[in-house]
Ligand binder design. Structure first.
Ligand code: OGA
Ligand code: MN
Length: 264
């Protein structure tokens, strides 16, 4: 069967059909997937029921698996594969727009989720951060040039009950190392704390504006999970948001992230 890529919205996401991720991917197929990934930022594969070993193999085509937080539970026998399980809504650090581990100095470039058990609800949304940058006025784009912000893992620290809050400083406009396109690199107010060299009073409204501006409905794909789905995304040019509307219901997704680059 030949591989087919269909855009999922006018802004972000592509549906991939005609590929079985449980089998080895040949270089030609990988090339098609790679180009589609750079174009759409998010790729959706339905009905894969990806086996843990195949998940790791597939991920290795894209890069080096990132070091996982030892506090995250992994799939038995597969230390690189994290189990994303239901978390209480009150502490769900993923229920806010974010780019994964932005509060670390070298954040992961790609994340790959495979749905094992899905509730009614529990959708995930993604937004396109190239679009967020490109639809700013030229004057605002010029103003943001060279600005850097401090990002913290405050929500995660709160969720885990740890006092040590990780943090890192990154440019708020980054150039994607592969596409060379500029993307807005921001996050929810708990993570994007302050622009370097500005007061909190100066930077807060700007960061809040950029966050709101990034996440309007016309810049979003919302994925309604089915068991067997695989979704991979580019943390360098998208943000995502895990909707927590499923109460106490079971939700299990396997996840692997790939080492990224220092954002520039
Ligand atoms: C993540 C994440 C989304 C989800 O694993 O980084 O944000 O829907 N998960 O669980
Ligand atoms: Mn995430």
């Amino acid at each position: 069967m030949s591989i087919q890529i269909t855009p999922l919205t006018g802004s972000v996401g592509g549906l991939v059909e005609g590929v079985n991720l449980n089998e080895p991917i040949n270089p030609d197929t990988f090339d098609v997937l790679h180009r589609a990934f750079l174009e759409h930022g998010v790729l959706v594969y339905r009905g894969q029921f990806l086996q843990p070993g195949a998940h790791v193999e597939f991920a290795r085509l894209w890069g080096n698996p990132a070091q996982n937080n030892p506090l995250d539970p992994s799939v038995p026998g597969f230390p690189g594969l994290i189990q994303v399980t239901k978390i209480p809504k009150e502490t769900a650090s993923t229920e806010a727009w974010h780019s994964d581990s932005i509060y670390t100095s070298v954040p992961p470039k790609i994340s790959i989720l495979s749905a094992v058990v899905v509730p009614h609800g529990g959708d995930t949304m993604w937004c396109n951060q190239y679009v967020s940058y490109e639809r700013l006025s030229p004057t605002m784009q010029r103003m943001l040039e060279g600005l850097r912000a401090r990002f913290t893992g405050l929500r995660l620290a709160r969720m885990r009950g740890i006092d040590q809050i990780p943090s890192a400083v990154h440019p708020i406009v980054r150039t994607h190392p592969e596409t060379r396109r500029k993307a807005l690199y921001v996050g929810h107010p708990d993570t994007a704390q302050q622009i370097e060299g500005m007061t909190v009073a100066e930077s807060r409204p700007l960061l809040d504006f950029l966050y709101e501006h990034s996440t309007t409905p016309d810049n979003i794909y919302r994925h309604m999970w089915q068991a067997g789905d695989v979704v991979m995304w580019d943390n360098r040019c998208t943000m995502h948001y895990a909707v927590h509307d499923y109460g106490e219901a079971e939700r299990v997704l396997n996840r692997i992230t790939l080492e990224g680059e220092v954002p520039v």
